[in-house]
Structures are given as C-alpha cells and as structure tokens.
Write a protein that binds this ligand. Sequence first.
Ligand SMILES: NC(=O)c1ccc[n+]([C@@H]2O[C@H](COP(=O)([O-])OP(=O)(O)OC[C@H]3O[C@@H](n4cnc5c(N)ncnc54)[C@H](O)[C@@H]3O)[C@@H](O)[C@H]2O)c1
Length: 245
Amino acid sequence: MSIAGSTALVTGASRGIGRACAESLASKGVKVTIVDLLDCSETVEAIAALGGKADQGICDVADEQSVKAVFERHFAVPGRLDFLVHCAGIIHERPLLETPIDEFDKVIAVNLRGTFLIGREALRCMSTTGSGRVVLTSSDMGYYGRETFSPYVASKHGVMGLVRSWAKEFAPAITVNALCPGPIDTAMLDTQNMSPDWRERELDIPLRRFGQPEEIAEMATFLCGEGGAYITGQGIGINGGSVMP
Ligand SMILES: NC(=O)c1ccc[n+]([C@@H]2O[C@H](COP(=O)([O-])OP(=O)(O)OC[C@H]3O[C@@H](n4cnc5c(N)ncnc54)[C@H](O)[C@@H]3O)[C@@H](O)[C@H]2O)c1
C-alpha cells in the first residue's frame, strides 16, 4: 500500500518536528495541509523543492473556532482526510511553587485542549470516510513524572488518555497513536522558558545525544503507512532510551 495521493493535516509545521513530519509525508507523495500559529511559508517552499504540494493556514489549536475554520476551509464534506499528524505544543520549566495558574492554563490549553479540538475534528472527518490514521504528540514525559515540569507532564499524560480512549472508540476503522519523543534538537529546547543547564541534563540518556526532528518524522510516516496498520492505542518512544516503560 502506497500512501502517495493521500491527504494529511500536520499541525505545528512552521518548524521543528511538525515541519519534518510535513516534509517526510510530502516526500512520499502525500498532499499536506500545514497549520501553525506562525507562518509556514518556509515549510511550503521546502516541500515544493522536494516536488511536493502543500496548503498552509494559520491556526491556534487551543481555539475552537480557529480549529473548525481549518476543517471548513480544507476538509469540508465531502473532503477527505487520511492522516492527522498533530505536533503543535509548548513547554515551560518552572518549580511548582513559582508556577502561576495562567502558565498551567496555557500549557493545558495548547497541549491538551488543542489535541482534543484538532483530534475531534479530524476524527469527525475520518468517520465520514471510515478510515484514517491519527498521530498525536505526547512525550517521554507522557510516561513518567518530572520535577519542575508538572503542567507539561500533566498535559502529555492527558494526551495519552485521549490516545487510549479514541483508539478504542474509533476501532477498527481508524488507528490512534502518539509519538513520545525524548529530547529532540528543536527550537523548543532553546526556549527561554527552560533552565540554563537543561541541555546538559537531557544528555544523561543511554544514546547520549539529542534526536533529530527527521527521526521523529520517520515514525510518523511509518504509522501512516502499511507498517502502522496493526498499531493503535500506543505511545511510541523515539527517545534514545530516555524511558524504558
Ligand atoms: N523537542 C523535544 O525535545 C520534544 C520532546 C518531546 C515531545 N515534544 C513535542 O513535540 C511537539 C513539537 O515540538 P518541537 O520540538 O517541534 O517544538 P517547536 O517549538 O520547534 O515547534 C512547535 C510548533 O508548535 C507551534 N504552536 C505552538 N502553539 C501553538 C498553537 N496554540 N497553535 C498552533 N501552533 C502552535 C509553534 O508555533 C511551533 O511551530 C510538541 O508537542 C512537543 O511537546 C518535543
């Protein structure tokens, strides 16, 4: 089974893991729609350079109307959506006792509410055709607790709850899984919202290096292809051994 000619929605695709996923799918002949809070022109150009095709849009995944507008514009009935690869997300590192409630609300809004909103509309769309693959993004922190990251950890555990519930609710027609990356070399790890020794601490894993966004994209594309047919309800670790559940 080739995935060429299929359609995909990739979120968080202006950079990092989302961009790599969009490029990987496009390189296999998938027609991708890419959305982000930020402009995705560089991703569109990179995909064109690969000989692929992409539409882009601005979307705040935490905002219901913004999410619905993406589906009305790009996947209105009888439109077809074969794959969702949902990568948009944010992170903050802060000790609990210094964490304002607004920061907790924001992380949960983008990472968990955003996953709920995008996933719900994608599954609505896929339900009309009776097939599809949903690939969400949790984290290795979706498996364990981590000091000074509790809102992020809670959001990524929440994503795993959605994965396991939706995988049962939409089986056998549609598979639902999550990528669970370890530390990946993206702008997220350079953010000012992390402590200065973050990168050094993250290297304390068996493979002793950060992953590359392309290594996560390989797994996303695999899950959308023939190899992913019998995988559902899973959090797939691509993590250099950072967690061994
Ligand atoms: N980089 C890592 O080490 C790592 C590890 C585990 C999990 N993850 C997860 O992988 C996903 C991608 O992370 P990344 O490393 O590529 O980060 P990144 O910061 O490079 O990219 C995230 C993208 O999401 C977009 N985004 C943020 N808020 C949004 C919103 N409300 N609506 C739409 N788009 C929004 C950003 O504009 C950005 O383009 C995230 O869900 C992240 O939690 C990353």
